[in-house]
Design a protein around this ligand. Structure first.
Ligand SMILES: Cc1cc2nc3c(=O)[nH]c(=O)nc-3n(C[C@H](O)[C@H](O)[C@H](O)COP(=O)(O)OP(=O)(O)OC[C@H]3O[C@@H](n4cnc5c(N)ncnc54)[C@H](O)[C@@H]3O)c2cc1C
Length: 371
């Protein structure tokens, strides 16, 4: 029996995860990447695998994905540099601590570990936090991975064909490359992250620029991903420029320091003002960061959608075109859940979670125009 053939455009973590899952479920896969695998937002990201409960849709996809990363990481910890360090969400006042307490039952109901920390427990875990904080929330199942290597590894398992080229157009039954070649397939998956509008201009995707700093090696300086409770409000959900305290221990002993978000900036240069504001915010929570030596700063782009959820599923008006983009600041985490959902939809098999909140059709009117 001949296999169905899918072309996946974009070899970031999302495209590679989709390739992996589709190959597992019987598709012949061709991946087209204009650069190297895992070099876009995937290389720029922090690599935190995080279950976030800020909306039911976000929680369903991140919790499902966190479990998938756990299985992948436990099976192959060296490849993925899978480090199950957990996250501590730091409350800056009693109101945020009450918010943290209210989240505990949500995580437990989803079968995930969550522990409310009082001040003493907080400082036992992370002594470098500034004095006077009331506590926090510890999500033990969160982890850190090395996204670019995971992307390449996921792709290597597929046995598919990798073409290094730029796709210039998508049409029914295939794509055209910038060098003029036409490639045919039964299905095309668009997984080009923040560049999705280059090929499908009507998609509601806006780039959100971020900066990250990496330090020299300081093993034991922090033990968890440590972020402020206000991170989601200040970062994920904000539609104006924002900064938030968010630091991560790498397997090398280095510390990744973030984060900030800027809308509609298309130049990759480091913005010293934004960088300064980001570092200032981090120093407010962890003054000892000022004693560390930083090695490098870089920027990258998240693909933001108006409702903060990714686009996973069929394009409602272009038969044969499937979308896997718009993952904003959670695409490393949600890549595995995305791939499973997309494959279930393409294979007409039951999905692990309800796909409705992520279907691209939510942004399209019943006719062909966008809402
Ligand atoms: C600063 C920062 C920190 C982040 N931290 C985290 C985190 O801790 N945890 C988390 O879960 N997420 C995080 N993210 C988000 C995460 O990095 C992204 O959501 C994820 O990498 C998106 O993956 P992707 O495969 O969709 O896109 P990308 O990685 O951008 O891949 C898209 C690929 O498509 C290719 N491409 C584009 N156009 C074409 C074309 N026309 N033809 C051929 N190829 C093309 C590009 O070269 C690229 O390789 C962070 C992002 C940033 C910027």
């Amino acid at each position: 029996m001949s296999q169905s053939h899918v072309i996946i455009i974009g070899g970031g973590i999302v495209g590679c995860a989709c390739a992996h899952r589709l190959a597992e479920t019987g598709w012949r896969v061709t991946l087209i990447e204009r650069d190297t695998l895992g070099s876009g937002a995937t290389a720029a990201g922090m690599g935190q695998v995080v279950a976030l409960d800020d909306s039911p849709a976000e929680f369903a996809l991140t919790a499902d994905s966190q479990r998938r990363w756990h299985a992948l990481g436990q099976a192959n910890p060296l490849v993925h540099e899978y480090t199950p360090c957990g996250t501590i969400w730091v409350a800056s006042d009693d109101e945020e601590l009450a918010m943290a307490a209210a989240k505990v039952p949500n995580y437990h109901a989803a079968g995930l570990q969550a522990e409310l920390l009082d001040a003493a427990a907080l400082y036992r875990h992370e002594p470098n936090l500034r004095p006077g904080l009331p506590g926090g929330l510890r999500i033990a199942g969160d982890a850190v991975v090395y996204p670019s290597r995971s992307a390449a590894w996921l792709w290597q398992q597929t046995g598919g064909t990798l073409i290094h080229a730029q796709v210039s157009t998508i049409q029914a039954g295939g794509v055209t490359l910038a060098d003029g070649r036409h490639l045919h397939a039964d299905a095309v998956v668009l997984a080009t992250g923040s560049r999705a509008r280059d090929l499908v201009p009507a998609l509601p995707i806006r780039p959100k620029k971020g900066h990250l700093v990496i330090t020299d090696r300081y093993p034991g300086f922090i033990h968890h991903q440590v972020a402020e409770m206000g991170y989601v409000k200040n970062a994920h959900l904000a539609d104006v420029d924002s900064v938030a305290f968010n630091v991560q221990p790498r397997a090398t002993g280095q510390i990744l320091i973030g984060s900030c978000r800027q809308y509609d900036i298309h130049t990759p240069e480091v913005d010293p003002v934004m960088l300064g504001q980001m570092l200032q915010r981090c120093l407010e929570f962890m003054p000892a960061l000022a004693t560390l030596s930083s090695l490098r700063v870089w920027t990258g782009y998240r693909a933001a959608t108006p409702d903060g959820q990714p686009l996973i599923g069929p394009h409602p008006h272009q038969p044969g075109l499937w979308l896997a983009t718009g993952h904003e600041g959670l695409g490393i985490t949600t890549s595995l859940g995305t791939a499973d959902l997309l494959a279930a939809l393409m294979n007409h098999t039951p999905p692990a979670i309800d796909p409705t909140p992520y279907l691209p059709s939510r942004f399209f009117a019943p006719t062909s125009s966008l809402l």
